[in-house]
Design a protein around this ligand. Structure first.
Ligand code: PAF
Length: 286
């Protein structure tokens, strides 16, 4: 695996592969890798000739400085995991390399970023779009792989690709869960033993709510999920929205859409966890 810090070096490596006709699959990450990231690398390996992974903790997407400072950095371990996963190129740039000049771009995502993460983390998605577009310019991938755990991020990236006319195929990859159901996240390592045990309540409650959708209306299901998770003294729901999977706007009736997703953010003290569950997806039926 080549490990590069400089964009010129990345560029010459990628160009060499492209000259041979190789396709480039790209997995952007902020490091602190886990099996969820490795599933993206695996999918990229299946779909592309070479795989580029970036490890870059992007300062512009953190609306909370504490979260940025405490974001886990485990680069030695990441390198070992990527080597074992047969990644071809690791791009591990500095902030100056990604942003030689301040990125002042302000994106317009319409209503997509007015809800959920966009509402509770102002500026977050603007920062995500800045870095992903910078990385796309540097890596020039044919396809890029993103986890469905960050459901809203995926919608934002698809929109950015469309608006900026990138010729990059965005490939969504399913959530990877721990054995007890907790969605894998780099932030999970910050949970205390007690919080870690308790946080299983998030996925358990979401799964239970899927059964309830047969007999309860949306408002009742929302109340059930929020009350059950908040009944734990260690967890606090920040939001739980049931939304249309394309527009991300809240819906009030199961019959209102053929693609329905429940998205949740929960605090375990200072650690913020997100998860989601697809209630209905017409794509499955096609
Ligand atoms: O999902 C993430 O880890 C980050 O938001 C991303 C896409 C790597 C951009 O920094």
């Amino acid at each position: 695996m080549d490990i590069v810090v400089k964009s010129e070096e990345l560029n010459s490596l990628v160009e060499r592969h492209k000259a041979k006709g190789d396709t480039v699959g790209f997995v952007p990450t902020m490091g602190a890798l886990h099996a969820g990231h490795l599933s993206l690398v695996e999918k990229a390996r299946e779909r592309a000739d070479i795989v580029v992974v970036s490890v870059f903790v992007n300062p512009t997407q953190f609306n909370n400085q504490d979260d940025l400072i405490n974001y886990p950095v485990t680069i030695e371990q990441d390198i070992e995991m990527l080597q074992a996963a047969k990644c071809d190129i690791l791009f591990n740039p500095t902030v100056m390399e990604v942003y030689p000049d301040e990125d002042k771009r302000v994106f317009d995502f319409g209503m997509l970023d007015k809800v959920m993460e966009g509402e509770f983390r102002p500026g977050h998605f603007n920062g995500v779009a800045q870095v992903v577009s910078r990385l796309f310019d540097l890596v020039k991938p044919d396809s890029a792989f993103f986890g469905e755990k960050d459901f809203q991020q995926l919608a934002i990236i698809k929109r950015m690709v469309k608006d900026l006319n990138y010729n990059v195929n965005i490939v969504p990859c399913p959530i990877v869960r721990e054995a007890d159901g907790l969605a894998m996240s780099s932030r999970n390592v910050r949970l205390s033993e007690e919080q870690r045990k308790e946080s299983v309540l998030i996925s358990e409650t979401l799964f239970e709510s899927k059964i309830l959708m047969k007999t309860k209306n949306i408002k009742e299901v929302i109340n059930f999920v929020v009350d059950k998770i908040n009944s734990s003294s260690l967890l606090r729901v920040e939001y739980f929205n049931i939304v249309d999977g394309d527009t991300l706007q809240p819906i009030d009736d199961w019959r209102r859409s053929e693609y329905i997703v429940g998205c949740i953010a929960v605090f375990a003290d200072k650690v913020r966890l997100i998860d989601n569950l697809i209630y209905k997806n017409f794509h499955d039926a096609c």
